[in-house]
Design a protein around this ligand. Structure first.
Ligand code: FAD
Length: 355
């Protein structure tokens, strides 16, 4: 079942997912397997915190029931476990009661990263916060963008989301997303700061803006794109985020989905769960072959040298040494891995293939 399917049933009855990623087109099994986070991480933590129990199909046994009480080791290996411990066939999830399918949302301009940290501290009590950053800003304006914060309304409207109305019909030529078009998009987007206070927004528009355009990934052309997402400890957060954004801007590869957010201190239940307290930055880059690989290697090194880590869900380039130093308990997952399950990611980061 996808979050899309779940919300169609649950929202009209007054319930929402407790944590949601930036697309509703993910399955509940996938949400557990990456222990996903959302705009409310600072107050709610990760998806896995709301899973009461799940059932796992493993190649060496009957279906096993797993919960934090019954099989704590296998539960911790499965949440964020990238599907390596077996196939999740069903799960029991604690939902969030809502009094409306709408939120009140404020969009504020940020001049730089200092504004981001200032607004994040000021917005600690807002349940949902996230920032979008203009990747072309450099120097004193690094971190220029928009800060969005939202909180639930209680106006008793319970309409579920509509189906996507437009879709990218074919894979675009790779020139469509170039520094010029991304720069224009960024300038246009920055003007969206409302300045006029709170606006009533449906959850679909607030949580899933990309879902409105079906198959948006085709805009990146036939070679596709890479995403980079890291989290770094708050103490060095400002400097590291500025260094990462400067490195990306200098590479002039353009990224129109640059997202910045603080993670709170609620513990994630999975051994390989990505979120931990700090600041997380995600960027996407059209695949330009070797130049993009070199840029990603630089970004990975900056984040990990600062005591951070890379999100396995988005990763295609992290080395075994980088993974093992930033996820030091990975062998506990290896011990729970279903012997019949393997992935290219796991081969790479556990050093089974030479790099
Ligand atoms: C537009 C977009 C926005 C996103 N925003 C966020 C975000 O804000 N926060 C965030 O945390 N993530 C985000 N993601 C990442 C996404 O939430 C995760 O990659 C999620 O795991 C995808 O789930 P899926 O069902 O599509 O699984 P897949 O992509 O098919 O698989 C992902 C992983 O889950 C495992 N898996 C899938 N189903 C099962 C199952 N039944 N049993 C066991 N393992 C399983 C697979 O083996 C694989 O390792 C985003 C992705 C996109 C495309």
């Amino acid at each position: 079942m996808t979050i899309d399917e779940l919300l169609r049933v649950s929202v009209p009855n007054g319930w929402f997912v407790p944590v949601t990623p930036g697309t509703k087109f993910v399955t509940l099994g996938g949400a557990v397997a990456n222990d996903v986070h959302g705009k409310n991480h600072h107050l709610a933590g990760t998806f896995g915190r709301y899973v009461r129990r799940l059932r796992l199909a493993r190649s060496d046994s009957e279906i096993v029931e797993v919960s934090p009480e019954q099989q704590p080791e296998l539960f911790a290996a499965t949440v964020g476990g990238l599907g390596l411990t077996g196939i999740i066939v069903d799960l029991e999830l604690k939902l969030l009661q809502i009094a409306s399918s709408y939120l009140e949302v404020e969009t504020l301009p940020m001049a730089n990263t200092d504004d981001f940290f200032h607004l994040s501290a000021e917005s600690e009590k807002w349940p949902y916060t996230v920032a979008w950053v203009d990747c072309f800003a450099t120097g004193a304006t690094i971190g220029r963008g928009l800060y969005m914060r939202g909180r639930p309304l209680d106006d008793s409207a319970f309409d579920a989301h509509p189906r996507p109305s437009i879709a990218v019909p074919f894979t675009a030529p790779s020139v469509i997303l170039n520094p010029l078009t991304i720069r224009s998009f960024n300038a246009f987007y920055r003007r969206m700061a409302t300045h006029d206070g709170l606006v009533r927004v449906h959850y679909d528009k607030f949580f899933y803006p990309l879902d409105a355009v079906g198959s948006w990934n085709r805009l990146y052309g036939a070679r596709g794109f890479y995403q980079f997402q890291c989290v770094v400890p708050m103490a060095q957060g400002g400097d590291v985020v500025r260094q990462l954004l400067q490195t990306a801007a200098e590479a002039r590869q353009g990224s129109f989905l640059v997202v910045l957010k603080t993670f709170g201190n609620l513990p994630s239940p999975g051994i390989l769960s990505f979120p931990h307290e700090g600041v997380t930055l995600s960027l996407d880059f059209p695949n330009k072959g070797n130049d993009t690989s070199k840029l990603l290697a630089r970004l990975n090194a900056i984040a990990i040298d600062a005591g951070g880590r890379i999100y396995p869900a988005k990763d295609a380039t992290m080395t075994a040494a980088q993974f093992q130093s930033s996820y030091p308990r990975w062998q506990e997952v290896e011990r729970c891995r279903d012997a019949a399950i393997m992935s290219d990611f796991w081969r790479r980061v556990t050093g089974r293939i030479s790099q």
